[in-house]
Structures are given as C-alpha cells and as structure tokens.
Design a protein around this ligand. Structure first.
Ligand SMILES: *Cc1c(COP(=O)(O)O)cnc(C)c1O
Length: 367
C-alpha cells in the first residue's frame, strides 16, 4: 500500500531547516548564555533580513505579527478615532485596531486582487479618520501610489499589514518598504518563519526610536520614556529564523513551481487573482475563487474525503465579525469571502498530490 497517498494534506506545512544547522545556532545560545533582550542572534537575524529586503535601517524583529500592528499604532501616536481598513484579511488586522480601541471603518476590496479599493477609501473618510491600515493580501500589492496620495491629502498615517508580502517586490523593491510602518509576520504558517515572530519596518527615524522603546517596556535602564509593552523576541526564535534564512529563495522557487503546475492544470476552470505587471510575486498562497459557495463546499467535501484540507481564506468578511456592533456593508468582500479558498502550497507537496487535487476539483466542478 502506498502510505504517501494516505498522508493528510493541509493548506500549508512549516518549512523545517536541517536539524544540524538549527542545532548549531542553539549551541551558540548555550555558549553565550543570553536567551533574550536583543541578543546576538536577534541582531544577526535583523541584519540579514534587512539586507535581504534591502531596508537599510529601522527593522525591528518582534514576537509576532499581531503585536507588530499594535505597537505600530502606538508608535505613530495615532489619536483616538477611525482607522480605514480592509474587510478581506486575517482577523488580526481588524482585531489589532479594536484591541487598541480604535474604530475600524471598512472600505470594500477590488475584485481583481482582493486588496482594499483605494478609490473607496476617500468615500469613507470623516473628520475622525486618523489612519489607513491596508493589507497586501496573499502577497499582492495594494494600490500604493493612490493610497499614499489620499493619505497625504487628508494627513493620515499609513500602516501596511504586510504579513503575506515577505519576498514580494513591487517596482524593484520589497513590499515591506512602503507606508509609515509596514509590519510582517514570521508565524510557522508563513512563507518565512521563526516559529512565532514578526517585524516592524519604520520609515521615520524618530518613530523608529519610539517603537524600539515601546517594544521593551518604554524604558532604557532606569529612565522611563513612555508607556511600553513586551514585544522582544527570544534567541531561540531567532535561531530558527537564521536556520531558515539560507533557504528563502529556494522556498519561493519551489512555491513558484507548484503554483505554475496548479495554473496549468486549472487554467480556464477556476477564477484566479490578477497579478500587477510590476509585481514580482512571492507565491505565498494559491487562492482560487469558485462560482458560488455551493460549489466551494462541494469541492471541499470531495477533497476532505481524500484527506486533503484546503482552507477558506478568508472567511468571513471582517466587517461581519460578531463583536463589531455597527453594521457596515462590503458587498464585494462578502461575496468573495463566500467562495474563495486557498489550495495546499508548500515546498515538499508532491506533484502526484497536485494532480490529484486538480483532478478532484475538475471532476466536482464539471458535474
Ligand atoms: C498571520 C497574519 C497576522 C498575524 O501574525 P501573527 O504573527 O500570527 O500574530 C496579521 N495579519 C495577517 C494578514 C496575517 O496573515
């Protein structure tokens, strides 16, 4: 019996670096005895990542992508009020806004690549609007130019939740280089991971200094400058990041190969997002859009029967979260959310599995 075919296939699988390479870094931790508080491995990873992403400075490695968003809001000193955001993302984008006691105001998305519709941002601006929090969802670029223009016109801060954008380049530079602050996530399910982890990339040097204080309780020695929190990352997480670092390009290449095979097998059968011509894509996800929810559920049922588990990314539309009292309508996002899913995508997903997944999808759709 072929046991490989019996293995459960999930939407993603964390990349594991060679054990000895990870253990080498752990040995270094044992030798120098520093476990956290901006230790040498955290510093080394910050340097390597900022050089890989070509951000020269102001790269802050933190404990996760959610706290990265929260301290970004704090460091920018955004006043109480409304933050315009996208309804199509992982819940952390909205929850970080709510957790910091701002009101999320949703602008609907573009049906072609599911990012916030920059033309709709202006329509929801009020005297209480303080900032825009947009997401380069699935690694596709937001309309950066238009968003910046709107922000400049109304004096708003721009935060990009770039949790999916690691390795995506737009007009020759990393997508993490835009906005007042861009944040990233290095969670185990992301393209590049440090088990848990995240980052803030900060444009302004003064804001960067403030964020650096905020992430370590707001003090330097016995002098307390501002209210802070603990967002410092440990040496053990940095060790995983350093062990994964040499494989980034290989991981992206592998994902590209798999995505292209999906493209070939599913061409003309299923709707796919459109990639901007100036985007060098990171292949972080493989989203597909079904005709309707019924078709999605039918395909899921058939795949699940074969122990294949795609995910409904993203569902539900964040404007419909039960703890948001005031109803806001985003018909495009609500419609896309009801019929979009991500297919399994990770470097050692076998060709055989990809053919099998596509065959099941084709079968179910044509019935
Ligand atoms: C994963 C993710 C986050 C949260 O990152 P964590 O590191 O898991 O806290 C935030 N926003 C988006 C869009 C994400 O996908």
């Amino acid at each position: 019996m072929n046991t490989q075919l019996k293995e459960k296939i999930y939407v993603t699988k964390s990349f594991m670096p060679p054990k000895e390479e990870y253990f080498n870094y752990l040995n270094q931790i044992y030798q120098n005895g520093q476990l956290t508080n901006q230790g040498p491995l955290v510093k080394e990873l910050e340097e390597k990542l900022s050089s890989y992403l070509r951000v020269k400075k102001n790269f802050h490695y933190v404990t996760n992508g959610t706290i990265a968003l929260q301290i970004a809001l704090k460091a920018l000193g955004i006043k109480n009020g409304e933050i315009i955001t996208t309804p199509f993302s992982y819940v952390a984008t909205t929850s970080s806004i709510l957790w910091e006691k701002y009101k999320p105001v949703f602008a609907d998305i573009k049906p072609d690549n599911f990012t916030i519709d920059a033309n709709k941002i202006e329509q929801v601006i009020t005297p209480n609007t303080q900032a825009i929090m947009a997401v380069h969802v699935f690694g596709y670029a937001c309309n950066i130019e238009k968003i910046q223009k709107t922000a400049d016109k109304y004096n708003l801060k721009v935060i990009y939740d770039a949790a999916h954008a690691f390795g995506s380049n737009y007009k020759g530079q990393s997508l993490l280089n835009f906005g007042d602050i861009s944040t990233c996530s290095f969670h185990a399910t992301k393209l590049f991971h440090t088990i848990e982890g995240g980052a803030c990339i900060v444009k302004d040097d003064e804001i960067s200094k403030k964020l650096d204080l905020i992430k370590r309780f707001g003090h330097d020695g016995d002098t307390h400058f501002c209210l802070g929190i603990n967002a410092k990352q440990s040496e053990f997480n940095a060790a995983m990041g350093l062990a994964n670092f040499p494989y980034i390009n290989e991981i992206i290449e592998n994902r590209k190969t798999i995505s292209e095979l999906y493209d070939k097998e599913l061409e003309g059968i299923i709707q796919r997002p459109e990639k901007q011509s100036e985007l060098q894509y990171n292949y972080a996800y493989y989203p597909i859009v079904f005709k309707n929810e019924e078709e999605l559920l039918k395909v899921f049922k058939a795949l699940n029967k074969e122990d294949i588990y795609p995910r409904r990314y993203f569902y539900p539309s964040l404007n419909t979260l039960p703890y948001i009292k005031e109803k806001q309508s985003c018909p495009i996002s609500e419609n896309i959310c009801s019929r979009i899913a991500c297919l399994p995508l990770y470097p050692d997903l076998s060709e055989e599995s990809i053919y099998k997944i596509c065959k099941i999808i084709k079968n179910e759709i044509s019935i």
